[in-house]
Design a binder for this molecule. Structure first.
Ligand SMILES: [Zn+2]
Length: 121
């Protein structure tokens, strides 16, 4: 994720802050959701519980790189996930942070097209 242009920018934005951000792995004994950001702690799950919906309507498990881009995106930019107007399908955090990184990963990952987590079924 740090090897992508946007991922590097997000990492550097947080690195320049006075506060220390902690990134750790999801622990089902203490965490409510499979990934989230709170108390300057970014939680990622290598075995995510929920899928995301990408372009074309496919449901895929979010990679750790994508989870990091998403949660670090919230932390670094304060952007939300909900669309801000009817022409947008996703909010600025998904568009400018998560999808920007997903596209630059090698191999690239598909763009997320709907906010939220969904059963993988
Ligand atoms: Zn989010």
């Amino acid at each position: 994720m740090k090897e992508t242009q946007r991922g590097k920018e997000l990492y550097e934005k947080l690195d320049r802050r006075e506060e220390t951000y902690t990134i750790r792995e999801y622990d089902k004994a203490i965490d409510q959701a499979d990934m989230y950001y709170k108390d300057l702690t970014i939680v990622v799950n290598p075995n995510p519980l929920d899928c995301i919906i990408v372009k074309g309507g496919r449901r895929v498990l979010p990679s750790v790189e994508r989870q990091l881009a998403h949660e670090m995106g919230h932390a670094a930019t304060g952007f939300g996930d909900a669309p801000r107007h009817p022409l947008e399908r996703v909010g600025p955090n998904i568009d400018k942070n998560e999808n920007a990184v997903a596209k630059q990963l090698s191999p690239p990952e598909p763009e997320r097209s709907v906010p939220g987590g969904y059963a993988c079924k």
